[in-house]
Write a protein that binds this ligand. Structure first.
Ligand SMILES: C[S@@+](CC[C@H](N)C(=O)[O-])C[C@H]1O[C@@H](n2cnc3c(N)ncnc32)[C@H](O)[C@@H]1O
Length: 397
């Protein structure tokens, strides 16, 4: 009897040890295979080359692959396109082991670095080229990070997936690509707000003010010459730091058409202006708008009452934003927020509804205004939102 009890206790102890052992192994396995946002699927070598060609990767470039898998993109960028440095980020240690092996065989081992981490958490600011083979939803999650961490002019290329209403600068078809598609974007310069310049002509100095609204790489605006409004600008074009447009201006009583073309770096645009009367001048414009950081009270005319308080703060390159919806007494942290000069764009998830309110507009000095669209999130689009509602803002502090 005593012996049987002893055996039973022994079996029980063995079972407990087994269960604890399995739990430890399971925990370890969890750490080995953390939850991924995207499953592993390698990009075909021909697609990699097409992606790197599309992003014009070459000497001096620093390439980051977000979710690098077995490292094939970063190694190709170094070994075949002559990139200076490359960093591959992945959560899966098994993939990173394969990636190290791949780099060893190609003579670029000292130029590549692999980071085991989450693409949302690893700083990508040293990159001037970012490659991605993720998902539409994950691209959208990564989108604000790209705008906050990458300098204007940086290039982004994605196998298969889009960036929602951030339209591609270029898109190419490839038979070996998923969805037959490779997309390309350039981080645009910060152009939103007011720019000022003086042009010295034979008939005297002309003062110009250009007011721009920006959403991603799309700008529109108006120009005033010597205090006289000259109307909307035409054919605005932004490609990274390159910016051009045309305008009909009144210069000392003379109507001329001017083509402006320049490079925007920080608070200055430098370039040329070509007048329809044959004159050519340098074009040096200075940004005179303040950053819209701080707290704003928004009055929103829309289908539901979304009036409230917006708080915008920059911490280094990061933007921290919240929106307090007055009628619902709730504060929403805003994840999809952008600031380009004094132009802003943000999305507010609509409480209890599968919808989002998308805001775009200008916050300048002590006031602001813009448009709002209500959308149902869909990965298929359409991404030309109907900005049917309007909002105004005043600065609180
Ligand atoms: C579709 S594969 C692409 C691999 C490689 N870039 C290519 O194109 O061949 C996506 C990779 O992202 C990794 N991944 C998924 N979610 C991630 C996350 N949140 N952070 C880092 N890596 C992630 C996966 O482990 C996988 O290796």
């Amino acid at each position: 009897m005593l012996q049987r009890t002893f055996y039973r206790a022994g079996a029980l102890a063995a079972a407990v040890v087994l269960v604890i052992g399995l739990a430890i192994i399971a925990g370890y396995a969890d750490k080995m295979h953390p939850e991924l946002d995207v499953p592993y699927e390698p990009t075909h070598p021909a697609v990699i080359k097409a992606m790197l060609r599309l992003a014009n990767v070459g000497k001096g470039d620093v390439v980051y692959d977000l979710g690098c898998g077995d490292g094939r993109i970063v190694v190709t960028a170094l070994a075949e396109f002559g990139a200076a440095r490359a960093v591959g980020i992945d959560l899966n240690p098994q993939r990173l082991k394969e990636a190290e092996e791949r780099a060893k065989g190609t003579g670029v081992f000292d130029k590549v670095r692999y980071v085991q981490g989450n693409i949302m958490e690893v700083d990508a600011s040293p990159a001037n080229v970012v490659t991605m083979y993720l998902l539409d939803s994950v691209n959208l999650m990564v989108r604000p990070k790209l705008f906050q961490e990458l300098a204007p002019g940086s290039r982004c290329v994605a196998h298969a997936f889009h960036m929602h209403d951030w339209k591609q600068d270029k898109i190419i078809q490839h038979p070996k690509a998923r969805n037959n598609r490779i997309s390309f974007w350039i981080i645009p310069a910060h152009l939103g707000g007011k720019w000022k310049w003086t042009t010295a002509t034979a008939s005297g100095k002309i003062e110009n003010i250009l007011s721009l609204n920006q959403t991603f790489q799309v700008v529109d605006g108006t120009i005033a010459t010597d205090g006289r409004p000259s109307g909307s600008i035409q054919n605005p074009y932004v490609s990274g730091k390159e910016f051009s447009f045309s305008a009909n201006i009144h210069a000392k009583g003379q109507a001329v058409r001017v083509n402006y073309k320049g490079i925007a770096e920080g608070n200055t645009i430098r370039g040329t202006q070509e007048w329809s009367n044959g004159q050519k001048y340098v074009w040096v414009a200075k940004h005179i708008s303040q950053s819209p950081q701080g707290k704003w009270e928004l009055n929103v005319a829309g289908p539901v009452n979304l009036s409230g308080k917006l708080s915008l703060q920059r911490k280094g390159r990061k933007i921290q934003a919240t929106y307090f919806v007055k009628s619902e007494g709730r504060e929403a942290p805003l994840k999809d927020v952008y600031i380009w000069g004094s132009s802003v764009y943000f999305r507010i998830p609509m409480y209890g509804r599968e919808r989002l309110a998308v805001f775009k507009g200008t916050l300048e000095g002590n006031s602001g205004n813009g448009k709002m669209a209500v959308i149902t999130y869909s990965e298929e689009g359409p991404f030309d939102f109907n900005y049917a509602y309007s909002w105004t803002a005043s600065k609180i502090q």
